[in-house]
Design a protein. Structure first.
Length: 161
C-alpha cells in the first residue's frame, strides 16, 4: 500500500521544536551568509525578518554556531526566520500527524496546523500564514503552555498534515 507523506523542516527555538512545511523553504543560511541585517535578499527576493521566537514567547540564544536563517515563503509573503538550530528535514506519513487536541479552541487553531513526533520530541506544526504574520490576529503564544495542553489529552491519529 502506498502511504502519502508530507515533508517538514524541523527547527529548534530554545528547548522547543516546531516544524514548517518544507515546500515553503527557499534556503537555509548561516550567520555569515545571512549577514547582520534583519532583511535578507537572496536570488532577487527580499525576505522580511520574522521573529518567530517572540511570536511563540520562547527564550532563544541566536548567537550560537548552529543559528540559521530559514528563507521561507507561502507564495504570498517572504520571511527570514532566525532559529537556534535546523534539526532536520523529515518526511512524515499522514497517519503519523496528529490534530490539535480539543483544548485548542480559539486563536491557537490558526497558529498550529497539528503536531507530530520527531526523534522522540513533540513537534508543533506551524501554520505558515501565521508564522509569516499574514493573519490579522497574530499574538504571542507560549509553546510551553501548548505542550502542557497537548500532554494532557490523547490525540486522534492522522488528521493534520
Amino acid at each position: 500500500m502506498l502511504m502519502e507523506t508530507v515533508s517538514f523542516l524541523v527547527v529548534r527555538l530554545g528547548v522547543n521544536y516546531v516544524a514548517l512545511p518544507a515546500a515553503g523553504v527557499h534556503g537555509v543560511l548561516t550567520q555569515a551568509e545571512a549577514g547582520h541585517e534583519q532583511t535578507v535578499t537572496a536570488a532577487g527576493v527580499t525576505y522580511q525578518p520574522v521573529d518567530l521566537a517572540q511570536r511563540l514567547s520562547v527564550l532563544t540564544d541566536l548567537s550560537g554556531l548552529e543559528m540559521r536563517t530559514v528563507l521561507y515563503s507561502n507564495g504570498h509573503s517572504y520571511g527570514a526566520i532566525r532559529v537556534e538550530q535546523v534539526v532536520g528535514l523529515t518526511d512524515v506519513e499522514r497517519k503519523d500527524c496528529f490534530p490539535l487536541p480539543p483544548q485548542f479552541q480559539r486563536d491557537e487553531r490558526n497558529w498550529f496546523a497539528g503536531m507530530m513526533l520527531y526523534q522522540d520530541q513533540l513537534v508543533l506544526i506551524l501554520n505558515p500564514s501565521w508564522a509569516l504574520g499574514e493573519l490579522a490576529d497574530v499574538v504571542p503564544v507560549s509553546v510551553g503552555q501548548a505542550k502542557q495542553i497537548v500532554a494532557a489529552t490523547p490525540a486522534a491519529v492522522g488528521g493534520s498534515c
